[in-house]
Write a protein of this length. Sequence first.
Lengths: 146, 146
Amino acid sequence: MSLRVSAILERKGVAVVTIPRDAVLLAAAEALSRHSIGALVVSDDGRAVQGIVSERDVVRAFARFGTAAVKRGVADVMSTDVVTCERETTIDELMAVMSQRRIRHVPVLSDGGLAGIVSIGDIVKLRLDELEVENETLEQYVSGRS
Amino acid sequence: MSLRVSAILERKGVAVVTIPRDAVLLAAAEALSRHSIGALVVSDDGRAVQGIVSERDVVRAFARFGTAAVKRGVADVMSTDVVTCERETTIDELMAVMSQRRIRHVPVLSDGGLAGIVSIGDIVKLRLDELEVENETLEQYVSGRS
């Protein structure tokens, strides 16, 4: 039995921090810092996913453009080839795609609109909870036999 | 049976990208970008861990100082309260500490010196490999019974 993305959204909620395409990179850095998150979904209406801008994108722009980075537009540095998932996607599939594509954040879509976001940290947290359940089940099994 | 940090180091190797304490933040951003990694160990001699500087630290400095961030020193923004592990640390323990502390990179120490670094991505990759082994074992078990 493999858990699904919906199990993560039930715990963390479906809120997603978005930023419009025409924002400057400094605003993106401020939003990432303020919310202590690793990526923002780029969306003008909060529903359509136009791109994703991660801490890594900001660091790359900073390395490349130096002081001029503050005024670069989000649209210049965001990834537009966004990997998304659905509520029904299994965690195993999600782990595989994150590992292969070396990404840490995957927006969740429902009816074509933004319905959450899952991070690699959320997956590790879920896996830890699973481990606790496994240990409890094992204890019950062992005590049932003895 | 829980895997240990040594299992990850056997796959990825023990190389760690370090940066000296007196480097400027722009140099840190360049090193993070060039190596496509999420954190640098701050170390003057490549052995003693004096701090860690992550993509998140760079983004925070960028948000806080704007253009002046390029000239800030690594020592000003690094975390000095570094969580480390050993080769014998179990992956389950490591996942728990990463999740609790909300960190993605943990340097590995051996005899007090730097002996590798483990990221949250490395753990997910290992977990995927484990899943494949579990599935194979399950298949053998099922075919053995039929």
